[in-house]
Design a protein around this ligand. Structure first.
Ligand code: GLN
Length: 251
């Protein structure tokens, strides 16, 4: 993954964006690290200098963070990071409250909610940045998934989870499910948003196929740090073709 760390070579820039990559050792399933790659590449194309900081259990929190990004993992991986995340609860609430954009996929989506109760009945306490709760079920929801969102257009990804997530009034869904399961088999909704924090079940990786989500993350970070954001990057033909191909695939 040298590509990701190439970004850290840029130092002392006036247009840096600090990306905090959460628990890449334990929470990096179905290519979620690809989200960090896509984010850094598109940030560079927009004229910013992304600096990626990996945060694994026990690591110090950086002094400044512009974007937070985290992936999924098995229940065992979630068990390894849950206590460390709880220790940082106040830090992440403070970041969310000032509007820091965050993308948390699957396992970390669940732990950014109030709690994840596994299918064996164990409770992993979450940090409650998102107003959601998840219960492990006996059936897995697996396959390509397509959502329709109000401000980020059609979002395309791949889900694989047994957790059933329900939203409280403090979060709104990321989108309505056009194909697939989403938060649970009955709600017809996927993901959760509170302020600029997005939780979602979509792997894929998600970001390479969804530049509108990247531009939301970079845009909110850039506006908070530099006052403006003028998107200047076209969407490539490869991305358009990847989206079309993922949509055609059966579940
Ligand atoms: N253990 C969780 C579930 O299956 C998370 C899975 C994941 O991150 N892909 O619900």
């Amino acid at each position: 993954m040298t590509d990701v760390h190439e970004a850290t070579k840029v130092a002392g820039s006036t247009r840096e964006l600090v990306i905090l990559s959460l628990y890449p050792r334990d929470m990096n399933i179905y290519g979620d690290r690809g989200n960090v790659l896509a984010l850094t590449r598109r940030a560079r194309a927009h004229g910013y200098d992304p600096v990626v900081i990996d945060l694994n259990p026990g690591d110090p929190m950086p002094a400044h963070v512009d974007v937070v990004i985290g992936g999924g993992g098995q229940d065992s991986g979630q068990g390894r990071v849950a206590a460390d995340l709880l220790d940082r609860k106040a830090d992440f609430h403070a970041l969310a409250e000032v509007g820091t954009p965050m993308l948390l996929v699957c396992g970390l989506y669940q732990l950014f909610g109030h709690r994840f109760i596994t299918h064996t009945g164990e409770t992993l306490e979450g940090i409650g940045v998102l107003d959601v709760e998840t219960r492990g079920g006996s059936d897995r929801m697996i396959g390509n998934i397509v959502l329709e969102s109000d401000d980020l257009g059609e979002i395309i990804g791949y889900e694989n989870h047994s957790g059933n997530t329900t939203l409280g009034p403090g979060s709104r869904p990321l989108g309505r499910v056009l194909q697939g399961a989403g938060n649970n088999p009955t709600s017809g909704e996927e993901g959760a948003r509170t302020r600029n924090v997005i939780g979602t079940y979509l792997h894929g990786s998600l970001l390479p196929k969804n530049p509108a989500v990247i531009d939301f993350l970079i845009g909110e970070a850039a506006k908070a740090r530099y006052g403006t954001f003028a998107p200047s990057v076209e969407v490539s033909e490869t991305v358009t073709r990847a989206r079309a191909s993922a949509k055609r695939r059966p579940r």
